[in-house]
Design a protein around this ligand. Structure first.
Ligand SMILES: Nc1ncnc2c1ncn2[C@@H]1O[C@H](COP(=O)(O)OP(=O)(O)OP(=O)(O)O)[C@@H](O)[C@H]1O
Length: 252
């Protein structure tokens, strides 16, 4: 079908330059990339090669110096700030190494927050949070503050939060970077579950165990893509609801 042909994430000649003259850094240098619906892409490479910058550009957290970013068939790199913020809130889930949970809010409140900000009713937001915390194995921790949770538990809350608006794509930046191997294993199990459900996922990682779970691994050096396994698994079934619901509501 025509709509399944458009990749969820697409970068064309994507570049980000910092500084100028002698201090000029090509953090991302003319990267072309496509991630079809339902695929998991891992981006690997040495520290400073541009992985996080690439992820930030793809997720609309940062603006490219040159090139194009497309999400769900729409070009987003020249969206205004408000449209970008709305897009991030409704159509993208982010998971960061440092969790970025709000310390004053309980696990359930942290998960609900992006839904409330996206205009979902409190009742629905609460229902989604309960279901997602259950899915990540934390139903019994819903009322705890982040400080009362382990690192692995915090990251599972962050993952539940990333999913609360049924995003088109989840971007994860070193999601296991602060975790021990048991907690890493648990996050990998949840990523595997996401793949089964057809969630498109792009993750940046140093960890070979994490990269090994992806359908495709792209390696970077000096801002450029220097290796690419290509997709090794045919695309999962893209979920109807979240996918098209998110698309339709971007500019709402
Ligand atoms: N705001 C900025 N200003 C100037 N240079 C920057 C900025 N952000 C990143 N850089 C530079 O861009 C390059 C790529 O950085 P980036 O953080 O994307 O790399 P990375 O591969 O994610 O590294 P790490 O694995 O250590 O997180 C580096 O040389 C970095 O110093």
């Amino acid at each position: 079908m025509a709509e399944s042909a458009a990749p969820i994430v697409r970068a064309i000649g994507l570049s980000k330059v910092y500084g100028e003259d002698e201090s000029l850094v090509r953090a991302v240098d003319e990267v072309d990339l496509e991630v079809p619906a339902g695929q998991t892409l891992a981006v690997v490479g040495a520290s400073g090669c541009g992985k996080s910058t690439l992820l930030h550009l793809l997720g609309g957290l940062d603006r490219p110096s040159d090139g194009e970013v497309w999400l769900g068939g729409r070009r987003i790199d020249h969206f205004g700030e408000r449209a970008l913020a709305r897009l991030r809130r409704k159509a993208i889930g982010f998971v960061f190494q440092a969790y970025h949970l709000i310390e004053e809010l309980t696990a359930a409140e942290n998960v609900q927050l992006p839904a409330l900000l996206a205009g979902v009713s409190p009742r629905t937001a609460r229902r989604r949070a309960v279901a997602l915390l259950d899915r990540v194995g934390l139903a019994d921790r819903a009322g705890r503050l982040p400080a009362e949770l382990s690192g692995g538990q915090r990251q599972r809350v962050a993952l539940a939060r990333a999913l609360v608006n049924e995003p088109l794509v989840v971007f994860a930046d070193e999601p296991t970077g602060n975790l021990d191997s048991a907690a890493t294993h648990e996050i990998l199990r949840l990523f595997a579950d996401l793949r089964t459900r057809g969630q498109t996922l792009v993750l940046v990682t140093h960890d070979e165990r994490v990269a090994a779970t992806a359908d495709r691994v792209v390696s970077m050096r000096d801002g450029m893509v220097t290796g690419d396994t290509g997709f090794t698994r045919s695309g999962g079934a893209a979920r109807g609801n979240g996918l098209y619901g998110s698309l339709l509501s971007w500019e709402g």
